[in-house]
Design a protein around this ligand. Structure first.
Ligand code: TNX
Length: 506
């Protein structure tokens, strides 16, 4: 009944009963995992899960000669043993252990019935190293508490990368000490469009994370073996920054933070001072995010303003470039050099392939599978983010009452059918460049955490299985395990989408 499905699961006779007397002993290297288990299970059992004495029923956590993310879990009537290759593997094993408990174990309250775990032997190891979720907090801000809750939900599904989309035309969400107007001005907009192209709602939207908030989020995620990859999108998707500092734009006039959706024409100019400005931003970003990967966006940059700008044209001539696409490529390269010098790797959307790209860069491919195939064949590491397969802002059914429907229908079954390795790459040595995949929670039309729950779940569970489990898919088996999983989500308070359709509150 485990989601994502483990590599090997064997039912054994009997069960283990978890109660307030249960003990927990851990190798010192797994102290954080033990602390996590104690904090999750303590409120449920009413016990402290202290290290045990002889004869006491104990959960034992230890290291073994296994790959870092792998674990082996044995649940027997007399005790539980979890062995792992590293703390990450032990953490995933602990997630599996928790899923062997009844749904009440997911409530932060004392369970009223005994917590029986079926005896079992589990061996597990993920298929991909990069199991990500993109969270867009720029279009609609999400409070820190809600981000932490989302991180817990990712951890429950054994995802390990939060691609944090922090800036966009409609909002700048991260405090940058050197440029305070980015959040003073850039984090608020006067109103928002309702629906993709509807009327305006006439009320303000905003919010941002202080640098302390960011440190807290990064540390919270790290304790759950999730690394946070920040995205500061450029040179397009930058209207909120241009609203705060008009000298970054091409028009030299004051504009506001964007209030409508779609691809904006206001992009960064190509002046040295602007590139310097963003490098200064990245100086602060790198201090906050230890991730080896840093995303600079690079997607959807309309070139109209560069075409009309004498200084952009001068730049093209000086550099001997053919056109504005090559100029964008040059732009991205400035940041690739900057990041490489600092020991980080650039991640960018597949548009960065246009006009050539440095080989260390990682391509996040969103435009159908061709982006991923082209990037892998060109020798770039790839994150498969194919929009038509894993964008969880897309509508979940054809029903008229789906909340603010967006684009293509992407059902739970569709997500489950996704394979991070595109069909064209199967059997091709270039397939080794596919590091994994990322599902996308873009929030133009998602304005609350409740709505995120509705859009992300249970599709995120299906996605998790595509990146964690073996490539063979069995929809019937998945759906039967999902039934048990939905009871866990309910216990946590996740208002996931029901098979029967939208919830009454929508
Ligand atoms: C495309 S994915 C975008 C986002 C939107 C999303 C909506 C990508 C690189 N760009 O800016 O939010 O579609 O589904």
């Amino acid at each position: 009944m485990i989601v994502p499905k483990p590599a090997h699961y064997e039912a054994r006779p009997g069960c283990f009963v978890l109660d307030r007397r249960t003990a927990l002993s851990a190798d010192p290297a797994l102290g954080d995992v033990a602390a996590w288990l104690r904090s999750e299970l303590g409120p449920v059992t009413g016990g402290e899960l202290l290290p045990g004495g002889p004869g006491q029923e104990t959960i034992t956590l230890g290291l073994a000669d296994l790959p870092p993310e792998a674990y082996r879990l044995t649940v027997a009537p007399g005790g539980i043993t979890l062995e792992a290759g590293s703390a990450a593997g032990a953490f995933y094993g602990a997630q599996t252990l928790r899923q062997l408990m009844p749904p009440a174990a997911f409530r932060r309250a004392a369970a009223s019935e005994p917590l029986e775990l079926p005896a079992a032997y589990v061996e597990d190891n993920p298929r991909f190293a990069w199991r990500g979720a993109i969270l867009d907090v720029a279009r609609h801000f999400m409070t820190k508490a809600d981000v932490l809750r989302f991180i817990d939900l990712m951890a429950m599904h054994k995802l390990n990368v939060l691609h944090f989309h922090l800036t966009d035309d409609q909002g700048w969400r991260i405090e940058i000490k050197r440029y305070p107007r980015l959040t003073e001005i850039g984090s608020w907009r006067e109103e928002s469009q309702v629906g993709w192209d509807g009327a305006m709602d006439g009320r303000p939207h905003g919010g941002f994370y202080t640098q302390d908030d960011i440190r807290e989020i990064v540390a919270y995620a790290a304790r759950r073996h999730i690394s946070v990859v920040p995205e500061i999108d450029l040179p397009g998707h930058t209207q909120s920054a241009i609203a705060a500092y008009p000298e970054l734009g091409n028009l030299g006039v004051q504009i506001g933070v964007r209030t409508t959706w779609g691809v904006g024409v206001n992009v960064l100019n190509v002046e040295d001072a602007t590139i310097e400005f963003f490098k200064n931003i990245f100086d602060e970003v790198l201090e906050l995010f230890p991730s080896p990967y840093i995303c600079v966006g690079g997607d959807e940059c309309p070139k109209d303003q560069w075409r009309a700008s004498p200084s952009a044209q001068r730049r093209i001539a000086e550099l001997g470039l053919r056109d504005e696409d090559e100029l964008q490529s040059w732009y991205i390269r400035q940041f690739d050099d900057y990041l490489t010098e600092r020991g980080r790797r650039l991640v960018g959307w597949d548009e960065i392939l246009e006009g050539g790209l440095a080989s260390g860069a990682v391509v996040a491919a969103w435009r159908a599978e061709l982006g991923a195939v082209a990037a892998a064949r060109a020798g770039h590491d790839v994150l498969n983010c194919t929009n038509t397969s894993v964008y969880l802002d897309y509508r979940q059914s054809r029903r008229e009452d789906e909340p603010t429907p967006f684009r293509t229908v992407l059902s739970l079954d569709d997500v489950y059918a996704f394979d991070p390795v595109p069909a064209e790459l199967r059997g091709d040595p270039a397939a080794k460049h596919v590091l994994g995949a990322q599902c996308g929670i873009w929030t133009e039309l998602i304005d609350s955490t409740r709505h995120v729950d509705y859009m992300a779940f249970p599709r995120l569970a299906a996605f998790a299985e595509t990146v964690w489990s073996a490539p063979e898919r069995d929809l019937t088996d998945f759906r039967s395990r999902l039934d048990a999983h939905l009871a866990r989500l309910s216990a946590i308070g996740v208002e996931y989408r029901r098979e029967s359709g939208p919830l009454p509150w929508q």
